[in-house]
Design a protein. Structure first.
Length: 131
């Protein structure tokens, strides 16, 4: 798995290119890159990528990667990305008119255990709500 695999999703390619230019992609941009990138990159590679953001040093990037991986954050849905985008200046989703744009589940193939983790979490949520 690699950075090139992440580029299969146009939004991720857009965020990676912005980071390469030193752009501040905002908290939610960095969170999105970390949440998705953890399934395609080694932690140190992800830290190096996030550290390209002019608003992030290595310690801040490492703390974000650690938080995301330890808590096993699942990649955000398109709807969540659009919610986050409304909360910051930098646009996460460059094409909001395309219903498949910014849907990382549409373009990227995640490991099976990630999908199993999501199902397990949903099962726990359902059980917690039921009397």
């Amino acid at each position: 798995m690699s950075l090139e695999a992440l580029r299969r999703n146009p939004m991720m390619a857009y965020l990676i290119d912005a980071l390469a230019q030193g752009t501040d992609i905002g908290h939610y941009g960095r969170l999105t890159v970390a949440m998705v990138g953890q399934y395609f990159m080694q932690p140190d590679e992800l830290v190096n990528l996030l550290s390209q953001d002019r608003d992030v040093d290595e310690a801040k990037a490492r703390a974000l990667v650690k938080q995301v991986t330890e808590r096993r954050y699942s990649p955000p849905t398109r709807e969540r990305i659009l919610e986050w985008q409304a909360k910051q200046e930098f646009p996460l989703c460059p094409d909001t008119n395309d219903p498949n744009a910014c849907n990382v589940y549409h373009d990227l193939e995640f490991p099976d255990d990630m999908y199993e983790h999501i199902e397990e979490y949903r099962g726990q949520q359902t059980a917690a709500v039921q009397p």
